[in-house]
Design a protein around this ligand. Sequence first.
Ligand code: HEC
Length: 88
Amino acid sequence: MGANCYACHQLTPQELSFGTIGPSLYQFAKLRGYGADTQRYAYGKIFNADAFAACSTMPRFGHNQILTEQQIKDVTALLMDPQSPVNK
Ligand code: HEC
């Protein structure tokens, strides 16, 4: 995955090198629910982390145009898909 999410988050158990600045996202949707609310939250978080917590250390990928809207949708889908390695 692009956008170096691994620099700060654990995403899957297969990936052994990940940073721990951010919370682990392993089983994100499995734990938070696969519903529209979680999806909206994840998308918003990735688009503009500051909207939820001022001074978030997480980059504002959408706001600062590091990722395109399509890329953010893809990353959100990765977090939300029950079949994705993230939720295994
Ligand atoms: C520079 C470090 C950094 C990078 C890179 C980063 N994040 Fe984060 N992320 C954080 C931190 C710190 C938090 C927790 C504080 C906060 O809520 O802002 C967080 C929180 C989150 C949350 C909310 C987690 C929860 O349990 O509520 C999601 C979802 C998320 N990040 C997804 C991503 C994705 C997807 C990427 C890659 C596109 C990414 N992050 C890249 C640091 C980072």
